[in-house]
Write a protein of this length. Structure first.
Length: 99
């Protein structure tokens, strides 16, 4: 049932001088997150308009899978580094496909 799928766009703005470290940390966890139950898509992109800013594009089978991801080891390890890596809290938007 596609209306249960939760799409997510998360924007991560690095501290000055931390863009490469942030990108590496995200790349290092991609395979682990992609193997999480309910993960349909988990891709990292760098903004063409704001180099260094990482935009995560995600799809999860349902809200429960997304909630589990929030407590999974890969994300919790990364989150412990957010204060050192990010200039601001991550911006996370959940989406529902309409067309």
């Amino acid at each position: 049932m596609t209306d249960r799928i939760v799409h997510v766009v998360a924007r991560l703005v690095p501290r000055p001088g931390k863009a490469e470290e942030l990108a590496t940390a995200l790349l290092d966890m991609l395979d682990e997150v992609r193997a999480e139950p309910g993960c349909l898509l988990y891709d990292a992109h760098e903004s063409r308009d704001m180099p260094g800013v990482i935009v995560m594009v995600e799809s999860w089978t349902d809200q429960a899978a997304l909630d589990a991801h929030g407590h999974a080891p890969a994300l919790t390890r990364l989150a412990t580094r957010f204060d050192a890596l990010l200039a601001e809290p991550p911006s996370v938007e959940r989406l529902r496909r309409i067309g």
